[in-house]
Design a protein around this ligand. Structure first.
Ligand code: ADP
Ligand code: ASP
Ligand code: MG
Length: 445
């Protein structure tokens, strides 16, 4: 099995985008392979809004949101000329969604398990669509449900994979794909040990692609998105950000851990374990720049900064010096269990500080509970990081840049054990000015 191609929602927004994606699939996978797809752009957000309405008891609003989603999907299928073939395959999915929303509306509650079941409809519709569209073009493609191989634990909303179980379950997939078949599957979804549907966290389709690449012994995994690869900064804050032609796995891992949304934070671990290349490319410009992520770094000059990343929505939990530090360690452990991302845990003579991003509802509830137990909580923070292999041999300049930001950091410098990232925690309202300012230093370095 040679290649796994993943298309994000941004590559699957309209009939035109789907046609481009199909062209790339035909070009890249002439002798078969695996295609992993996200839901059509905006679908996961729409599903979450419908569930929010349902859990407030607003059943009519939830129904209306689901109907809008249904109409949009039907419209895309019609534009692609595959409506007739798809309707019978899609209808049971929509019925399931309607039933789940109705149940949530009656209970005024959307449990994490029910939420995952409803979210799965988005990826399933798009995988069925891509498979059917490829078929209609004479490329014999087949839909395969990711939940039969992507085995996870039972943390609904932010499930963690079980790579051994995954590899075992993937046996039949490996055989079929090696025989030259072309399969299309859902990103983002997994199956808990009890068989219920799980999701890998927002943006998790990247991780599905690399996990499947690892389990199927792929030579290359390609992430197709809406930018020319991994850039020197987030283009929504820095329009002049430039593509990075090649970077090390460590750099990519640090960037995504510190917030660069282009790759999901869990997507890099399977690349380290497996022996495949990772490529990030632009569906809208297939012949444009792309990023190659390699196990070993291309040479960087000492002090060279490759990229700047940030993540909003970080919270600081503080404990006074006289309090028992075990409470903070215990909070860190419990938050990790709820799926919160951790950015720092500091114990100084002046007290303790824990920096987290509570990404799931369980994590937010726990932060509230910890606040009620007396931990001081501050929200509205962001972590900002400079990343580059060059920082291992020359940090002076990067340290000076961060020290001269003229912003009072919430927490001093955070550095991981790889030595290639330096980070600072600041109020997030400073980001629109700070990120472009930091980026100028990246280009100068
Ligand atoms: P997809 O739907 O393909 O998964 P995402 O929206 O999840 O796409 O990720 C791509 C987006 O990531 C880009 O459109 C860009 O706005 C954002 N992004 C943030 N930081 C970076 C970066 N350093 N390089 C490239 N894109 C970035
Ligand atoms: N559709 C999911 C999301 O929007 C997963 C993904 O796009 O990777 O988060
Ligand atoms: Mg994404």
């Amino acid at each position: 099995m040679r290649k796994v191609l993943k298309f994000g929602g941004t590559s699957l927004g309209s009939a035109g985008a789907l046609q481009r994606a199909a062209g790339i699939i035909r070009e890249e996978l002439p002798r078969g392979g695996l295609v992993v797809v996200s839901a059509l752009s905006g679908t996961t957000d729409a599903l979450l809004r419908a569930m929010e309405a349902a859990s407030r008891g607003e059943r009519e609003a939830a129904r209306e949101q689901a109907a809008t989603l249904w109409r949009r999907h039907l419209g895309v299928a019609r534009d692609l000329g595959v409506l007739e073939a798809l309707e019978p395959l899609w209808a049971p999915e929509f019925q399931r969604l309607a039933g789940l929303l109705e149940g949530m509306g009656l209970l005024w509650e959307a449990s994490p398990r029910a939420r995952d079941a409803a979210l799965a409809v988005g990826e399933t519709l798009s995988a069925l669509l891509v498979a059917e569209f490829l078929n209609a073009q004479g490329t014999g493609a087949r839909f395969a449900d990711a939940r039969s191989v992507l085995k996870t634990d039972s943390h609904h909303g932010r499930a963690r994979p079980r790579p051994e179980a995954l590899r075992q379950a993937a046996g039949p997939w490996r055989q079929a794909l090696e025989a030259g078949e072309l399969w299309v599957t859902q990103g983002f979804l997994g199956a808990a040990p009890d068989g219920s549907t799980t999701t890998l966290g927002r943006g998790g389709s990247d991780t599905s692609a690399t996990l499947l690449g690892e389990a199927l012994d792929a030579e290359e995994v390609q992430i197709w998105t809406d930018v020319d690869g991994v850039l020197t900064a987030d283009p929504s804050l820095v329009p002049e950000a430039r593509p990075i032609p090649a970077m090390s796995l460590r750099e990519a891992a640090a960037l995504s851990a510190f917030g660069a949304k282009v790759l999901h934070a869990d997507a890099l671990a399977p690349v380290g374990r497996g022996g495949f290349r990772l490529v990030v490319a632009n569906t809208h410009r297939p012949d444009g720049c792309r990023t190659l992520i390699l196990r070993e770094a291309p040479p960087r000059r000492p002090g060279e900064i490759t990229s700047v990343a940030y993540k909003e929505g970080v919270w600081a939990l503080r404990l006074p010096a006289e309090a028992d530090l075990e409470r903070l360690a215990d909070a860190a452990f419990r938050l990790q269990e709820t799926g919160a991302a951790r950015y720092g845990l500091l114990a100084t003579p002046e007290g303790g500080l824990l920096l987290v991003r509570p990404e799931t509802e369980a994590a937010r509830n726990l932060v509230e509970a910890l606040a009620a137990e007396g931990l001081q909580v501050e929200s509205g923070l962001a972590v900002v990081a400079l990343v580059g292999e060059g920082l291992r041999e020359g940090r002076g300049r990067a340290l000076a840049i961060l020290a001269n930001l003229h912003a009072e950091p919430i927490a001093g410098l955070l550095a991981g054990d790889t030595g290639i990232a330096l980070a600072l925690v600041l109020p997030q309202e400073r980001l629109p000015l700070l990120i472009p300012q930091l980026h100028r230093h990246v280009l100068e370095s």
